[in-house]
Design a protein around this ligand. Structure first.
Ligand SMILES: *Cc1c(COP(=O)(O)O)cnc(C)c1O
Length: 457
């Protein structure tokens, strides 16, 4: 039996909650490469980003020197409604696995959006409101970001237009209704409502869509409608900044009990939850104050870190967005529609890409069936029905705990449990019916997609 001096759930008091976000880039020697203007291939200036993003968010996006940025009081008040999120000691899972490892997870699913995405949505909506905008546009894949943004916009009385990847729109009608309940309008993407959507539909009739297509549509609508800006739920530096609240709370909770993790594990789609969870730990690592193994977990069907190329690429399929230097599978890469587990973006945060490139973190890819097997095991033991995305991290954490069992090492593992899976029951149904397949792109498919990367010196 593990000794249980550490509570099952470590909570923080309101006055212990972080008052500033932590900007990891400030401690990086090799800064992430700048976003480039797709026309001139020159680094984007604030005034070029201003027609797309809110002013304050542009400033945050470009700020790579200020380590701590104060969280405005209005946002902290909103955070208090659903934060701090619990850091849970997975005693029951440890016992079931018969592992000497100590497993902790930071649970971000305790809000209606069901994920960590609300942490950045509320910040982005706040800055849009502060700038006097009418509304914002965005894309959503699985629907968590759209839901989070709808909640944030309704709180600040902003209009919210969501372009939802068609395959998810069809698989997740209930997500759509939650968004509409919060007042958002939801359009399946690609759609006939935008120029870029019509072009994509003409070239790929019957396409089930991708995040890249939906981004192109949302950006077009934001730039063509006065009083609107585009907001993004992952990938960007500003989003990682807001998500640092996850890691800061985790660090405060661990420090309370003198716990030092050996490894920190998170799933990686665009990199926002992982970037947020690891932020203060990676900061220590970069400053040479501590060392941790940091592990990104991605799906084998969309393996940007483990099989992608570190190069400048478009963030969207329509190739209208800035170029970002990142690990990418190519902006034309569309993961198999059979891949139900989220994390479908072709690229990765520039910050995490640089850190991975410089050897500060590791990455593994895992196959869909094994992810759902881990999800099922976790649900049955720890009680929480995890989101498929989160279950990638569960898979890797369980694998590491099993290794500890073999070696007898008492490692402390912290992983990010980013959300709940109540809207992913079509995917769970496939798994339960034994109909889930693992669709892994071939080397030829990836090479063909990467061959179309833009040429940047
Ligand atoms: C969006 C999402 C992710 C992946 O996005 P990141 O930006 O990589 O964090 C992971 N888990 C859940 C529950 C999500 O909603």
């Amino acid at each position: 039996m593990a000794d249980k001096k550490i509570p099952y759930k470590i909570y923080l008091n309101e006055d212990e909650m972080p008052k500033s976000w932590y900007n990891l880039r400030a401690d990086m020697k090799n800064k992430p490469a700048p976003l480039l203007n797709p026309g001139t291939l020159q680094p984007l200036k604030a005034e070029e980003l201003a027609p797309i993003f809110c002013e304050e968010l542009v400033a945050q996006e470009l700020d790579e020197t200020t380590p701590y940025i104060e969280i405005p009081a209005e946002i902290r008040d909103f955070y208090k409604m659903y934060r701090p999120s619990p850091l849970v000691r997975a005693y029951c899972l440890e016992e079931k696995l018969q592992t000497p490892a100590k497993i902790y997870y930071k649970f971000e699913g305790n809000n209606t959006s069901g994920s960590h995405k609300l942490n950045s949505a509320i910040a982005q909506a706040y800055y849009a409101k502060k700038q006097g905008l009418k509304g914002v546009t965005t894309e959503t894949g699985a629907g968590q970001w759209g839901t989070a943004l709808s909640m944030a916009c309704s709180y600040f009385d902003l209009d919210c237009k969501v372009y939802m990847v068609k395959v998810s729109y069809e698989q997740k009608p209930f997500r759509r209704e939650v968004m509409r309940t919060y007042g958002a309008s939801v359009v399946p993407s690609p759609s006939e409502t935008t120029e870029v959507g019509r072009k994509i539909l003409a070239e790929h009739p019957g396409t089930t869509g991708s995040l890249g297509c939906a981004i192109s549509e949302a950006v077009e609508v934001a730039t063509k409608n006065p009083g609107y800006r585009y907001v993004l739920g992952s990938v960007l530096n500003q989003v990682l900044l807001h998500q640092s609240v996850i890691g800061l709370e985790t660090k405060i909770a661990l420090d309370k009990y003198g716990i030092k993790p050996d490894m920190i594990i998170g799933c990686a789609g665009g990199g926002s939850n992982l970037g947020g969870l690891i932020a203060p730990f990676m900061g220590e690592k970069l400053r040479g104050e501590a060392d941790y193994r940091i592990i990104a977990v991605e799906p084998a069907s969309c393996p940007s870190f483990t099989r992608g190329t570190f190069a400048y690429d478009f963030c969207d399929t329509g190739m209208i967005c800035p170029l970002a230097k990142m690990y990418t599978l190519g902006s034309g890469f569309i993961p198999s529609p059979n891949h139900a587990g989220g994390l479908r973006f072709h690229g990765m945060s520039t910050t995490l890409s640089q850190l991975y490139h410089d050897g500060f973190m590791e990455a593994v890819s895992v196959e869909q069936n094994s992810v759902f097997e881990a999800a099922e095991q976790f649900a049955r033991i720890e009680g929480i029905l995890p989101a498929p995305e989160s279950s990638h991290a569960i898979r890797a954490a369980i694998d590491e705990a099993i290794k500890c069992k073999e070696t007898g090492e008492e490692k402390t593992i912290v992983f990010g449990l980013t959300g709940t899976g109540y809207f992913d029951l079509v995917a769970y149904q496939k798994y339960n019916d034994g109909e889930m397949t693992d669709e892994i792109p071939t080397d030829e498919q990836i090479a063909a997609s990467v061959a179309r990367l833009p040429k940047v010196e």
